[in-house]
Design a protein around this ligand. Sequence first.
Ligand SMILES: *Cc1c(COP(=O)(O)O)cnc(C)c1O
Length: 463
Amino acid sequence: MKYISTRGDAPVLDFEGATLAGLATDGGLYVPEQWPQFSAAQIRSMRGLPYVKLTTEIMRPFVEGCLSEQELADLSAQAYANFSHSAIAPIKQLDEQLFFMELFQGPTLAFKDFALQLLGQLFGHFLQKRGQTCTIVGATSGDTGSAAIEAVRGLSAVKLFMLYPHGKVSDVQRRQMTSVDDANIFNLAVDGHFDDCQNLVKAMFNDAPFRNDLQLSAVNSINWARICAQIVYYFRAALVLGAPDQPVSFSVPTGNFGNIFAAYAAKQMGLPIEQLIIGSNKNDILTRFFETGKMQQSGTQASLSPSMDIQISSNFERFLFEASGRDAALINNLMDSFATEKSFSVSDELYAACKSHFSAHRLDDNETKAQIKHWHQQTGEVIDPHSAIGLAAAQARRSSNKVPVVCMGTAHPAKFADAVAPTIEAQVELPARLAKVMQKEEHFTRIENDLSQVQAFVREHSA
Ligand SMILES: *Cc1c(COP(=O)(O)O)cnc(C)c1O
């Protein structure tokens, strides 16, 4: 399988190249040259497969030419060995035709582990094969940092530097990062805001000699391999509920559009999906786009679901590329306008194409709390604020009561206990692996918001 850029002007790469590159050199995102197709009979034959085996079946066409079937099977087994539920992605029934997939059984208790655990394995494998090392730098406001750290800790070919704003991430989130004591992990507590951290990372990438000397790499959510790993659980959910003979719908709390884009990919590959429902918080740029046909940035506001507090849904570019019939020239125009004017509008035709695949719904913080309270009272389940938005969106936007809707549970409620506990007026139970983290010694280096100091630190410790 080959991968092409959404902006049409970057080298065509194989899976290995696209994984190690992350972003394309023309600023675009890599997508597969064509979508692998699974027939109804092939999908039927996947029923009952264990999760790791299903991962191998779904990903095989994507990695063709880069990994043997045995290598893919081994890396997948390693990636999901550290999940605390034997089903990896268990499903609960909450109501007639309303289901909840728990994507938070991984090491850092959020769905990002599905992609990053596998990405860590892939980086280790490809770098070892090439006899190369790399330096990963990243910025985090919370969930991504710990998921990336857990994914690459202990890998000898990788050094990871994670920048986070000092004093501005929650205790749980900080300790999930700083309790890791592997020698290849460096936490940098920057005196500044998340945006400062992100700007420092961008500046390091824009410094070409620095980037080349250190073999800089990124594991952010535009990496194709992350999307690829996420496709698997959509197949899994649908198979459990009767696919391909029963269509299903999905509702996904959405920020960067990576998770729900994987659902769209599953649909392109032949999985019968009725509806794809986007849930947003008050940072509702996507919901407004589906209401108006205009993508318009406004300021980011803090909400109860911080992992969705963003204004740029990077992976939406991949969907626009598909919905426009893979029109790279158009994508360049739209993205230029988005960078300079902070907005873009699509034609009536493209708008209609977008709406034929997705519907969207927004929830403010009070509605989110009400949703958490509702499910706790009805079922005893404790739902985190992100997942609660997906549940509400499903009920508001579903078009039929005959089609099961699966809502994606993206985080364990204990990660967001500050918001959840007062809402349900009860303690949120701390899972064992989180309780352990809260007692460990912390490892981090406090550093000024100063590019030359950060670069000096990275250079010194990546040697
Ligand atoms: C990252 C994240 C999201 C948003 O996922 P996208 O792929 O960025 O749309 C939702 N919920 C949680 C808990 C997250 O960590």
